[in-house]
Design a protein around this ligand. Structure first.
Ligand code: MSP
Length: 657
């Protein structure tokens, strides 16, 4: 029976002695994204993750804790499983290197390579780092005999052992040939070049066994030796296909479509040793081995630059959830979005929770959340809650089509942040379109046809966005679709290219998906020096006369006005005042009430969580019995107010100059 080749995606198997953090969560998320994206395109997929448990240090740690090593690693492996379940990673299989199915495959690989002569006996004498599970040459080791890996620096052990060696050196040329003939094999290109350089320096045969201290996979027929953890761990990708006992599953899965990882295990292990082992076994090579950069923590040197200070993903989710009031599922999606969007895939990215929260407010609360909220509110208000049956704007349709194409291209290049950027181009274009079209004016002037086109365009854009965000944000995708009144079920990729596919949808009651985070507890952003200079008073004769009806004022006159950024916390209608809205705003530590004549242009729901500019030192004045403590700034467009907002998220209370 022949079956369709499955898109088979793998993460590294994580060492159980570390706990899950946003670094390992990122790699696993990339795989989840790929799986969901490919599934949406109608492909069969298989997503493997798991844990690497045969390291000597696990046995040592278990002994120290007085626990049975297998129980010890089982508990640690469960922590990973729970973290990935909590992040809604839809893995199909979770492999543990202590499982019999893996032991069986590893021993079979060993037997076959011993039979073909790819493994030979030799004496290994040199230095070994237990923490890194790595052998080092004499020339790599300094006089201090500490691990040469700057992040480790633990004492090395001198070892002299009778071992089995793998003839890695013999595979250099074949590897180079394959790499050069298959540009998609090692990605990104910058890292491929590193591998080419590494192989050209000359590969050395690798010692693949160690003496047996009671933990690890025994060498077949030689119980005094165990198989070196890296040799064992890499084989997990093959064990999970059922090789050699289950040829049918193997044929469906192998070769892997993508091995995903970060850069530190790419060059030596996944781009050389592993492919050489596969060639030696006579099996086909994986299609792509991809390495992204690191999330770099700000924390302790002790833990290392890479992971020190990196939080557990679910801790961050809880933080986002409690600060914003978003539902748990949507907070999970928020973190999924932020991890992918804030990461520069080809380089390293420094983790900053403050940046994450700012982007949450900007991209999720303001841009995406508002687009959905104001659209659904307007359909409720102007169309009795039923989307009109008009043709959506073709110009916006062309922008959307271009973004959909771009999204697909960059996902195939594993540039996930760029895919989300492409989706958010639609978000900002359509938010701008709403301001340009001013549907509130169209409604007022009873320009029904134009209003219908505008609202249909917004609905269509959100429908397409619900497809584009689905791989990163499956719950948010479902929430967007629920808000639009689309039928439940998995979105299909092909529908992203059907501009105008929906009409007459009954929208739901508007619900803010991503409430703004009010308290960022962040340091204010430093003002760049050039900006400060630009704000200094200018001699009056260099200022061009502005086309205004008002007399010129001096800088000192202007400086009397205390302009501030404020966060809108609440907005509500004022009884018996059609034009007025009562805004509750946060300015630094202070909460104020401001009345604004914007009721005809803005729905209270869409204002909530916006940032505005206010005149903070205007004398208070009473309107309709309510005291207004300041004034909101808005552009006057033919008598209609369009509020002014900072271009990016800034701390509430920041002065405006
Ligand atoms: N057990 C080996 C892998 C064997 S695969 C056959 C191992 N484990 S690990 O727990 O150290 O995981 C390393 C992988 O976790 C990285 O390659 C990457 O996928 C992920 N990350 C760990 N720290 C990370 C960051 N700080 N940033 C990004 N990814 C990170 O090596």
């Amino acid at each position: 029976m022949t079956s369709r080749k499955t898109y088979y995606i793998t993460t590294p198997i994580y060492y159980v002695n570390g706990r899950p953090h946003i670094g390992s969560a990122l790699t696993t998320l990339c795989c989840d994204f790929l799986k969901r994206f490919r599934m949406m395109r109608g492909e069969d997929t298989w997503f493997l993750t798991g844990t690497d448990e045969n390291a000597t240090k696990n046995q040592e740690a278990a002994q120290e804790a007085g626990v049975d090593p297998l129980d010890f690693v089982t508990r640690l492996a469960d922590d990973f499983r729970q973290a990935w379940d909590g992040m809604a990673y839809a893995y199909d299989d979770f492999i543990r290197t202590t499982e019999p199915r893996h032991v069986r495959t590893v021993q079979e690989v060993f037997r076959r390579l011993r039979d073909t002569g790819d493994l030979y006996r030799g004496t290994y004498e040199g230095w070994y780092c237990v923490s890194d599970e790595t052998f080092f040459r004499e020339t790599d080791v300094r006089d201090d005999h500490l691990c040469p890996n700057e992040e480790c620096r633990k004492p090395l052990r001198r070892v002299q052992e009778e071992n089995w060696f793998f003839r890695l050196a013999a595979y250099g040329d074949r590897l180079l040939e394959h790499i050069e003939a298959n540009p998609e094999f090692l990605q990104p290109a910058s890292r491929r070049n590193e591998v080419i350089g590494f192989i050209k320096q000359g590969l050395r045969d690798a010692s693949v066994t160690r003496s047996n201290n009671g933990w690890g996979i025994p060498v077949p027929d030689e119980p005094d030796k165990v198989i070196y953890v890296w040799f064992d761990a890499l084989i997990n990708y093959l064990s999970a296909t059922g090789w050699p006992d289950d040829p049918e599953t193997y044929a469906r899965l192998w070769p892997a479509s993508v091995h995903m990882m970060a850069k530190e295990i790419f060059v030596r292990f996944h781009a050389t040793l592993w492919p050489a082992m596969i060639i030696a076994l006579g099996l086909p090579l994986p299609q792509t081995v991809y390495a992204h950069g690191w999330w770099v923590g700000s924390g302790g040197k002790k833990e290392g630059k890479r992971t020190g200070g990196l939080p557990h993903p679910l801790e961050l989710v809880r933080d986002i959830e409690s600060r914003s009031g978003a539902s748990h599922e949507l907070a999970v999606d928020a973190l999924r979005y932020l991890l992918l969007r804030e990461m520069v895939f080809h380089g390293d990215s420094e983790f900053s929770e403050e940046n994450f929260l700012r982007r949450y407010n900007a991209d999720l609360a303001n841009d995406l959340g508002n687009l959905c909220n104001r659209t659904v509110s307007m359909v409720g208000r102007y169309c009795d809650g039923v989307g009109p049956a008009a043709q959506p704007d073709p110009e916006i349709g062309a922008v959307v089509a271009e973004c959909v194409r771009e999204y697909e291209t960059v996902v195939d290049e594993f540039r996930f942040h760029a895919a989300l950027e492409a989706a958010w181009k639609i978000v900002s274009r359509v938010n701008r379109y709403i301001v340009d079209q001013a549907p509130w004016n169209l409604a007022k002037a009873d320009r029904r046809d134009e209003l219908d086109v505008t609202l249909t365009t917004c609905i269509e854009a959100i429908r397409v966005l619900s497809i584009l965000v689905a791989p990163a944000m499956p719950h948010a995708s479902a929430a967007l679709r629920q808000q639009l009144g689309l039928a439940e079920g998995q979105p299909q990729w092909a529908d992203a290219s059907r501009w105008g596919a929906s009409s007459g949808l009954r929208v739901a009651t508007p619900r803010p998906l991503y409430p703004r985070i009010q308290d960022l507890t962040a340091e204010p952003l430093p003002t760049p020096p050039e900006k400060e200079r630009a704000m200094e008073p200018q001699p009056t004769d260099t200022v061009a006369a502005a086309p205004t009806a008002k007399p010129t004022i001096t800088y000192d006159d202007f400086a009397k006005i205390d302009l501030r950024i404020a966060d809108i916390i609440e907005a509500e209608p004022v009884p018996n005042a059609d034009k007025l809205l009562k805004l509750t705003v946060q300015v630094g530590d202070e909460t104020r009430t401001i009345l604004a004549g914007i009721a005809e242009m803005y729905e209270p729901a869409e204002l909530k969580s916006k940032q505005i500019v206010i005149v903070a030192n205007l004398a208070p004045r009473k309107l309709r019995g309510i005291e207004s403590q300041g004034m909101l700034l808005a552009a006057d467009v033919d008598g209609q107010a369009v509020i002014l907002q900072p271009e990016t998220e800034v701390p509430a209370g920041a002065p405006v100059r």
